[in-house]
Design a protein around this ligand. Structure first.
Ligand code: PHE
Length: 452
């Protein structure tokens, strides 16, 4: 077997994994999920999910990847036999569906970047802001931006440039943090409605949680996996390039904390603007970040420059996430069908582009794809890998977790216990609730849309 590439620097792996994790999930998806699900109630459940389930689950994927040093399909087959390779098939389906609309949304950010560059941000009233979003999110310009984004992603995968990702992440993450901190400070000092916004975002009403847990739980589960790039084999792939000297738990803690910090910070930026506009936070949707930020960049001094830099950086963040998905899809075609890298990447990229076209025509397809990927497929994928490590290869799992670690004490056995029982129970419930919610969406909203 030819010796496999490993990350060029110790930081290389962390940077690539952060690049995959930090993306539209944090900046675009998190704020409207939180808004729609009651603000603080969502934040509370979400943070619990990240710490108690997301963190152990990312270790599960790391362990599989580093143990086998193979792509997800090959890894599951090597450790668990032929039956488990079909889980890899679920990853591939999820990857196609998720990337198709991810690219369309990345195209929206790209258009806001272009607008800032050539025209500046002028919309301030809800009507103007809504019209600008409508123009960017559907029709020819949405289609062209989607095409441009997929060409970029495919080009990077064809060329196989990994070093580029590391540099991009080194610039993008501090840049995004810096601008978000600035905007959050602006909101705190310049927006009178900020205190109402913080109350909505930060003071959980436990009766809301008790009442809405059936939608909160699957929403928080889906968001946690989406934002950490879990349930799709991406972290298995990245960890497969990892040397034995790394402490997996330590690396996971860095990645999870950074990703969570950015998402929570976005809430501090978005909610004050939503309250300032007098909008109902529970009614916000996929336009939330665009409407609130375009307004910010139109009013703040120097806002145009800030906006161009910010939207440009979000496009880079989306690129470094999208690359990790297309890499997984291409490596599957390369390994299973023995295709050449350029052919595999181009075929997968083209298929993703075509699948995303409906999303540029009507946003009902965004709900159709996002609901399927997020409430059903990612949770299913995560549940299966957790079951796999917990019950099929527990000794290998624990052994791999402790490799490269001085002394982990009883943490290893606590992790294994959590993976075997409580996490499985919560994921089964989340999957059941998520799947029934999705079926309801199909029967009501989507059928209704089909019938005109
Ligand atoms: N984690 C990425 C984001 O938050 C999206 C993603 C999901 C990437 C699944 C890879 C796999 O934008």
């Amino acid at each position: 077997m030819p010796s496999r590439e490993t990350w060029a620097t110790r930081m290389g792996f962390i940077l690539a994994a952060v690049g995959s994790a930090v993306g539209l999930g944090n900046i675009w998806r998190f704020p409207f999920q939180a808004g729609a699900e009651g603000g603080a109630a969502f934040l509370f459940v979400y943070l619990g999910f990240i710490a108690l389930i997301g963190f152990p689950a990312i270790l599960v994927e790391f362990v599989i990847g580093r143990r086998t040093k193979r792509n997800p399909v090959g890894a599951l087959k090597e450790l668990g036999g032929d039956r488990w390779k079909y889980v890899g098939g679920i990853f591939v389906v999820t990857g196609f569906v998720l990337l198709s609309y991810y690219s369309v949304v990345a195209g929206w950010f790209f258009q806001y970047f272009i607008t800032g560059l050539f025209e500046g941000y002028t919309a301030t009233t809800p009507e103007e802001l809504g019209a600008a979003f409508g123009a960017a999110s559907s029709g020819t310009s949405a289609l062209l931006a989607h095409a441009a984004f997929m060409i970029a992603v495919t080009g990077i995968i064809v060329a196989g440039i990994r070093s580029g990702i590391e540099i991009a992440v080194k610039v993008m993450v501090p840049g995004i943090l810096f601008i978000l901190l600035g905007l959050a400070a602006y909101g705190a000092f310049a927006i009178p409605e900020a205190s109402q916004a913080y109350a909505y975002y930060l003071q959980p009403d436990f009766s809301v949680i008790a009442e809405n847990w059936q939608t909160l739980l699957p929403a928080a589960a889906g968001q946690a996996f989406f934002t950490l790039s879990l349930g799709m084999g991406v972290m298995i792939t990245y960890a497969s390039y990892l040397g034995e000297d790394r402490n997996l738990a330590e690396d996971a803690a860095v990645i999870v904390s950074l990703d969570t910090f950015i998402a929570v910070l976005v809430g501090f930026v978005v909610f004050p603007f939503i309250f300032q506009a007098g909008a109902d936070p529970t009614e916000v949707g996929p336009d939330a970040i665009f409407v609130s930020l375009a307004q910010a960049f139109a009013t703040i001094p120097g806002g145009r420059l800030l906006g161009v830099v910010f939207f440009g950086m979000v496009v880079i963040a989306a690129l470094s996430s999208a690359i990790s998905i297309l890499e997984m899809l291409a490596s599957y075609l390369i390994d299973e069908f023995k295709w050449e890298r350029p052919k595999a990447a181009a075929a997968a990229g083209l298929a993703v582009f075509v699948l995303g076209i409906p999303v540029t025509i009507d946003l009902v397809f965004l709900d159709l794809f996002d609901g399927l990927a997020d409430s059903v497929l990612l949770v299913l994928g995560a549940l299966l890998v957790v079951l796999f490590v917990g019950w099929v290869i527990p000794e290998d799992g624990l052994d791999e977790l402790t490799t490269g670690v001085e002394n982990i004490g009883s943490l290893g056995s606590i992790w294994l216990w959590a993976v075997r029982i409580p996490i499985v129970i919560v994921l089964v419930i989340s999957l059941y609730l998520g799947a029934t919610g999705y079926l309801e969406f199909l029967a009501d909203d989507f059928l209704g849309w089909l019938n005109g």
